[in-house]
Design a binder for this molecule. Sequence first.
Ligand code: NAD
Length: 514
Amino acid sequence: PAGPRLPATAELRARAAAALRRCGADLDAVTASTGETLPARTPLTGGTLAELAATTPEQIDAAVAEAHRTFRQWRTVPAPRRGALVKRLGALLTAHQEDLADLVTIEAGKIRSEALGEVQEMIDICDFAVGLSRQLYGRTIAGERPGHRLSESWHPLGVVGVVSAFNFPVAVWSWNTAIALVCGDPVVWKPSELTPLTALACDALLARAAADTGAPAGVHRLLLGARDCGERLVDDPRVALVSATGSVRMGREVAPRVAARFGRCLLELGGNNAAVVTPSADLDLTVRGVVFSAAGTAGQRCTTLRRLIVHEDVAEPLLARTVRAYQQLPLGDPFDPATLVGPLIGPAAGTAMTEALAAAQRAGGKLLTGGERCLADEAPDAAYLRPAIVRMPEQTEIVRTETFAPILYVLTYRTFDEALALHNDVPQGLSSSIFTRDQREAERFLAADGSDCGIANVNIGTSGAEIGGAFGGEKETGGGRESGSDAWRAYMRRATNTVNHSADLPLAQGVSFL
Ligand code: NAD
């Protein structure tokens, strides 16, 4: 059932401008009519909200130069004082949670609770980073020589270039930025060209936090532009770490460019996440976990559930209930509190979904529900499509591909080994889960020969990770880890120190010389 009418583009423009103003950014001041421009659009209607001045190549170089100059100063500021900047940022994010959530909904199409949740994640990572600013520990190591001390120190790394995707327009920036700043690294951010307004709001809030805490303004620079803008940032040898989130295609282009200049890369790329449902699974809990993971965020999370690998004995009851739940999902205006499925990011995403469904059916798939376009008359330039479930005879090429839309492919299995083999037989390796009450199956799934993903869950879905853990995945997902745990180490350089406090000079490995 579609909700009430969609908001008009003019209404959304006014709402975005007001949210930006409260965050400290003036939409009129960044709007341009000449030179290279970047349109800010909304997937709610497909309409254009503003034409923004795009960052020129000269401005990109100047931004990196400024961040690099700032690094020389920022790296000597004690980490707990760097933490004070992030603490202030967290307070401003808390005060402006609704404003940022408005912008996330307007630009990325997320429903209200998910937009608020994304900003909550930003607040949480700031808390985490502030604590971390007093815990950037090195180790003292048992050395082999008498009168010597062997230890390691962690030092700031340099400028961090953050390239981010449209679907987490603010959280991914905050994961990188909160951690980079306490680690002593200025950030130059190239957000998705699809979400420039949320980026302007974040930049304004961080600038305010810097002014309030006496931190240099050059700790953060924002670049507005498309792929070419990202390429220039990625190629700059002054950028010590490129943290890039987006498609596998993007990672395949970025990784060799950064490697060619021996820079450091942290890649967070596409996923093709699966859940294994075993005969002992609690079906009530499984249905809820599956529906949120697969249809939530209109299937546009990197951790979205895309493959359901279900034991043939429970396939029928599970599918009947899941299909019923899908058919009741309210779709429409993401600002309406009743809506659970908002729009796809744009018409191209809608076409990709339709084409993937056609390919799946050509390969023998049976469409159980969904795939229809809705609200086409009211919003011809937007893409509202009902989440789909397709039962597949086998794991065909389209199932092994990440289509960034709400399509859940269902495969059945007979033996647990078969389920694990199907699970791991895709190029991506981000998130995974198993629904079972059998401890052996659960432990096997988490073991070395179980799920090959960076995230492996039991009795919860594949999406919705907490910031306390390290986030990321293997294989074509790129191998990077961000957010919690010891992911901070990627933003620092390690120095191994040996200090001789004796009057002798014993050599390591018993070597004698002089
Ligand atoms: P995308 O790859 O189209 O764009 C991501 C960013 O990379 C954008 O800012 C874009 O301008 C930039 N970019 C593209 N090509 C580039 C190049 N050659 N050099 C430098 N920058 C370049 O991705 P998208 O459509 O915005 O986002 C969806 C994708 O992101 C999905 O594949 C999703 O799984 C993935 N994603 C992954 C994670 C994760 O943590 N693993 C998180 C969110 C999204």
